[in-house]
Write a protein that binds this ligand. Structure first.
Ligand SMILES: Nc1ncnc2c1ncn2[C@@H]1O[C@H](COP(=O)(O)OP(=O)(O)OP(=O)(O)O)[C@@H](O)[C@H]1O
Ligand SMILES: [Mg+2]
Length: 489
């Protein structure tokens, strides 16, 4: 399918999110779409997938002009998009969630089609229980489910908006092989990502957006530095501050057991030092989320102790944990972290201002302006959270974190951030470690884990490793452990 986007413009109020973008995408091509946070990538992809309407410009599919007024319109033409944040139905079973789309596109699936669905899952190395509930999946798994759904619906053009946040290296290999195979069958793949190694490995061509404009493009083979320069207008290097852990114990975990219907983890023991950063490595859904939520008091451990200053706080509610300076940031930012429909200022009022009968408008405005500036959020005090780009939502979420804090529990803290923003967020987090705040974070990015964590806990099939010093771990070794190899008997 040949796609031609001609002079696409899209405004959100005064924001010119897409500014005259002209782009032709040939069938069989895997096109990388790059650009800093807020550059307009998701907007352009949403226009092409019918989720939002362009203000002006033309979309030609196989030389015919098309009006795409809804995702169903696009799906009927064979264009499907996997979104940065899942567009699914958390309260439904996986089977129902798949069926909804089925009826939307007007194609009724038969029993043999369900067999085909299972085959697609298997091919990609994903395993969904069709009777399980969507909301019980992690964000990464929900992205996997959307991918399976789109392939099942037989799309010709597959748009992926940062699809690899939550999958392991092995699954990524399978996914990339599947995408290359699809491209070989003359399907078109559009891949939006902040991870340049992935673009390098997968794409045959890459375009770069900046401030709503298409500012350049490159053909494979790519040079990473060249792409960075094109995206940011300069080179970006990552700097690691020195190890920050002290000898003071921030939290002691003893014989901790966690259990829910998906996962059972037993006998976890470790001491977390003040100012230390511990990374959680593992395949998506291996218990990292449950572990973080248990340490945040959001989930009850089934046994063991969580000691703070020698006091066991296991069993207390999350407010007691918060009183002791323990705060949690979830990965599902729009569902669990931010409140859609509320402005930035209202978020700061909720999280920062004193709880009184009346809101001190002057004070809340001041807090808002300071945070927007400090966290470099592309938005205004009156902007609603869902109007921010993915990366800017993540900045907002992190800007809500209390300071001072004893322990920050962060689930995929740099999900959706461009390289520059991710570096910058880590410089802020590391600064807080210097002030003796400890951090435990999960990430699907091995590079991020080995680079920023002082020690790493590896999760695999209900087991958690000893804390391993990251200085002695290579990405290869970590990758093997995540896949269940190299574990002590
Ligand atoms: N629904 C909306 N309402 C108002 N403004 C919006 C809306 N969606 C996007 N914008 C604005 O349009 C601009 C481009 O956003 P977009 O989501 O396309 O960026 P992006 O390149 O995908 O960034 P990221 O890498 O952070 O996901 C941003 O300034 C954003 O705040
Ligand atoms: Mg985006």
């Amino acid at each position: 399918m040949l796609i031609e986007l001609i002079e696409i413009h899209k405004f959100f109020g005064s924001v010119h999110a897409n500014n005259g973008i002209t782009l032709t995408i040939e069938p069989g091509q895997i096109l990388g779409v790059l650009g800093e946070n807020g550059a307009g990538k998701s907007t352009l992809m949403k226009v092409l997938s019918g989720l939002i309407c362009k203000d002006s410009g033309k979309i030609l599919i196989n030389h015919l002009e098309q009006e795409l007024n809804s995702p169903s319109d696009a799906l009927r033409l064979g264009i499907g998009m996997l979104h940065q944040d899942p567009h699914d139905f958390p309260s439904m079973t996986i089977r129902e969630d798949l069926q909804i789309w089925d009826s939307r596109t007007g194609v009724k699936k038969s029993a043999s089609d369900w067999q085909q669905l299972i085959a697609i899952q298997k091919d990609l190395g994903f395993h969904f229980d069709l009777n399980g509930t969507v909301g019980e999946l992690t964000v990464g798994e929900r992205q996997q489910l959307e991918l399976v759904r789109l392939l099942w619906l037989g799309v010709e053009v597959l748009i992926l908006d940062e699809p690899t946040t939550g999958i392991s290296a092995a699954q990524q290999e399978v996914l990339f092989a599947a995408l290359k195979k699809l491209a070989g069958q003359d399907k078109t793949i559009i891949f939006v990502s902040h991870k340049l190694e992935e673009v390098k490995e997968l794409c045959s061509r890459a375009v770069v957006l900046r401030k709503g404009c298409l500012i350049g493009e490159r053909q494979a083979p790519f040079n990473e530095n060249d792409l960075v320069e094109l995206m940011f207008g300069r080179q970006i290097t990552r700097t690691r501050t020195s190890q920050s852990g002290t000898q003071d114990i921030c939290m002691s975990v003893r014989n901790l057991s966690i259990e829910d219907f998906r996962i059972r983890i037993e006998n976890v023991n470790f001491d977390l030092y003040a100012g230390e950063v511990i990374g959680l490595a593992g395949m998506e859904g291996s218990g990292q989320r449950q572990f973080l939520q248990t340490l945040a008091g959001l989930k009850q451990a089934t046994g063991g102790r969580i000691e703070i200053d020698r006091e066991d706080i296991n069993g207390k509610n999350c407010f007691e944990f918060q009183k002791r300076g323990i705060f949690y940031v979830p990965s599902a930012r729009m569902e669990e972290g931010l409140v859609p429909g509320m402005t930035l200022e209202e978020h700061y009022i909720l999280s920062d201002c004193e709880k009184r009968m009346f809101i001190n408008g002057k004070n809340s405005r001041m807090i808002t302006e300071t945070r927007i500036e400090r966290f470099n959020i592309k938005g205004r005090a009156a902007t609603n959270s869902e109007e921010l780009s993915g990366g800017n939502q993540q900045r907002l979420l992190l800007s809500l974190l209390k300071d001072p804090a004893r322990l920050l529990l962060l689930e995929n803290p740099t999900r959706g951030l461009d390289i520059e923003s991710a570096n910058w967020i880590w410089s802020i987090l590391r600064e807080r470690c210097q002030a003796a705040t400890s951090i435990i974070f999960s990430s699907a990015d091995l590079d991020e884990l080995t680079f920023y964590a002082d020690r790493i806990l590896v999760f695999f099939a209900g087991r958690i490793s000893e804390p391993l010093p990251s200085s002695g771990l290579t990405e290869e070794k970590l990758g093997r452990m995540i896949g269940g190899k190299d574990w002590p008997k």
